[in-house]
Design a binder for this molecule. Structure first.
Ligand SMILES: [Zn+2]
Length: 263
């Protein structure tokens, strides 16, 4: 990692520039996605439910083991992709704990990261995720770039999806993140595509340090035919000097990130 000299911005060793990506639901199209990530040398974390949402197919154990063997991260995404916030007791514990146990047995490897289906969680959910032994969990919060967050509420920067401006504002409003809300209204809203928005946010991370985190679903890339846009997005952020490329779990284990985590 070389973050010292000639960058005009604020990036330093304690405020690094990190790129990470995460992909939910374990659709078989994750293999096509992994091909693209591999070609561009961008890491990825794949969050895998044991049964797919809405009866969708999921990758088999062999494919998951291969992905992991080549350096992609496999994380848990519950047993049955249920919305977690309303669950409690045994139902919640089964969705959280069993997903980790089954994946770990399948992979012969620790599964330290979790992702809340549809971004649904509350303090009870977080307690279950922590008790099950997960190191961290990803949310669907967007437009985040900073290093200060709760390890069980890991935010993202952008979804590989053509959201409307209203969607972004709703997402920010839910978080009560008013600086980001203001920044979106005054500046980012002018971006015409999600790729432009991602480029602009990446430029800010390059200048100021922080984490650029892209997330998405390969089935959605397929349905909306977003593959070319994704390639353009990844080309923009890949292979940059001074940038550290990490899986979600590796992000949480970075000393510079650990110093700033709020729990
Ligand atoms: Zn999901």
């Amino acid at each position: 990692m070389n973050l010292s000299e000639d960058r005009a911005g604020l990036a330093t060793v304690s405020n690094p520039i990190i790129v990470t990506t995460s992909w939910d639901d374990s659709d078989p199209l994750d293999l096509r996605l992994a091909d693209m990530l591999r070609t561009k040398a961008v890491p990825g974390s794949f969050f895998v439910p044991l049964t797919g949402p809405d009866g969708r197919p999921t990758l088999g154990p062999g494919d998951l083991r291969s992905l992991q063997a080549e350096g992609f991260e496999i994380g848990a995404h519950t047993v049955s992709h249920r919305t977690l916030a309303p669950l409690r007791g045994e139902q919640l514990w089964t969705e959280v704990h069993r997903s980790k146990e089954v994946l770990e047995n399948m992979l012969g490897h620790d599964v330290p990261m979790f992702c809340y289906p549809k971004g649904s969680y509350n303090q009870r959910t977080i307690r279950a995720v922590e008790k099950a032994g997960f190191e961290g969990a990803r949310t669907v919060r967007m437009l985040s770039r900073g290093l200060r967050f709760n390890r069980y509420e890991m935010p993202t920067t952008l979804q590989a999806f053509p959201h409307t401006p209203l969607n972004y504002l709703r997402n920010l409003g839910k978080q009560g993140d008013f600086p980001s809300f203001y920044s979106y209204v005054t500046d980012l809203r002018a971006c015409e595509t999600w790729v432009q928005l991602g480029q602009k946010l990446f430029d800010r991370v390059l200048r100021e340090g922080g984490i650029w985190h892209l997330y998405g679903h390969s089935w959605e890339l397929g349905e909306l035919n977003l593959w070319e846009q994704l390639a353009e997005m990844l080309d923009y952020v890949a292979g940059r000097p001074g940038v550290t490329y990490l899986t979600n779990g590796q992000v949480l284990r970075q000393p510079s990130v650990q110093q700033q985590l709020t729990n």
